[in-house]
Design a protein around this ligand. Structure first.
Ligand SMILES: [Zn+2]
Length: 313
């Protein structure tokens, strides 16, 4: 019996209420839409000149031969190409707290600003992502599901079938340790934020979310001296209710600075930071396609594709 079999026997029903997100290839239509978006971004620059983008990452590891493609993953080489390419294009990475401070003071944010975030708190954020962030001097926020700090089992929400199995380095799936978090903070580049304590399904349970957030905030305060952390919803979509209005209100009445969704949209400082979306940075993204996402053109191209498909019917 593998470590994973053992783990799953104790946890027979991992919570995976969203579709799997393996490394994937863009189909022809998506490639065409991305091509158009990239071209428009190169020619005209950003579509929306007052908005900025918050990028969302999870795992940063190399695919493991003989194993299924890791879900929610960007390889270290791709991660470095994405960020270094954005820097070369003049994009300016800011800490999330700095963006929020500008929002609270009503200051404008330069158009080329972007923010890097990671969800859950995988050990590879420390072992793989941090050295690249340090090399490029890019700040980032890691949203921790605090219940799993120091755990040597996979996150219950981890949908990658190889997590916890023999022959797969724990670095690929293990949660961060408290000591690693201290080292991340000492780097001066990393902020830790809240991602709930249990990373559960809180739909329709705003009181449960508030209680769970209190536990998460207590861990962040007791272990890392963090007051009023930033926050990102687990699973995070609005249409499926993971960042529904009831849960946004629960977050607003917890001691948090913001609540970020996973809606793929740019944000502005005049909008509500308890309703800011984020753009997924995928393994198929290059710095060129990420620049087009941050320029607002990928979402325009997607809307255009859907419009043209409707016209054909
Ligand atoms: Zn998560």
């Amino acid at each position: 019996m593998s470590a994973n079999d053992s783990f799953r026997s104790f946890n027979p029903a991992p919570i995976v209420p969203v579709e799997r997100k393996p490394a994937r290839k863009a189909d022809f239509k998506e490639q065409a839409a991305r091509g158009v978006a990239v071209a428009l971004n190169e020619i005209w620059g950003p579509y929306n000149r007052t908005a900025f983008g918050i990028l969302m990452y999870h795992r940063v590891i190399d695919p493991i031969p003989g194993q299924p493609q890791p879900t929610w993953n960007v390889s270290p080489a791709q991660f470095e190409e994405q960020l270094s390419g954005l820097l070369k294009r003049g994009f300016d990475p800011w800490p999330l707290q700095r963006v929020l401070e500008h929002h609270e003071k009503g200051w404008t944010i330069p158009r080329r600003v972007f923010v890097v975030t990671f969800d859950d708190g995988y050990q590879n954020n420390f072992t793989r992502a941090l050295p690249i962030l340090q090399k490029l001097r890019v700040p980032a926020t890691i949203f921790l599901a605090t219940r799993y700090l120091d755990s040597n089992e996979p996150f219950p929400s981890d949908d990658w079938l190889a997590s916890g199995t023999a022959g797969v380095s724990p670095e690929a799936w293990q949660p961060l340790t408290t000591d690693e978090c201290h080292q991340l903070l000492q780097s001066g580049l990393i902020e830790l934020g809240a991602h709930t304590h249990s990373h559960d399904d809180y739909r329709g349970k705003p009181d449960y979310l508030r209680t769970d957030l209190q536990q998460c905030c207590a861990v962040l305060r007791d272990k890392f001296n963090i007051e009023r952390p930033t926050f990102a919803f687990p699973y995070g979509t609005k249409r499926n209710g993971f960042a529904g209005a009831d849960l946004v209100e629960a977050a607003r009445h917890s001691d948090l600075r913001c609540s970020l969704t996973t809606e793929a949209e740019l944000v502005t400082t005049t909008t509500d930071p308890f309703d800011w979306g984020r753009l997924v940075a995928e393994d198929i993204d290059t710095s060129t396609t990420l620049a087009a996402k941050l320029g607002g053109w990928i979402s325009i191209a997607k809307k255009l594709k859907h419009f043209l498909m409707r016209q054909k019917r």
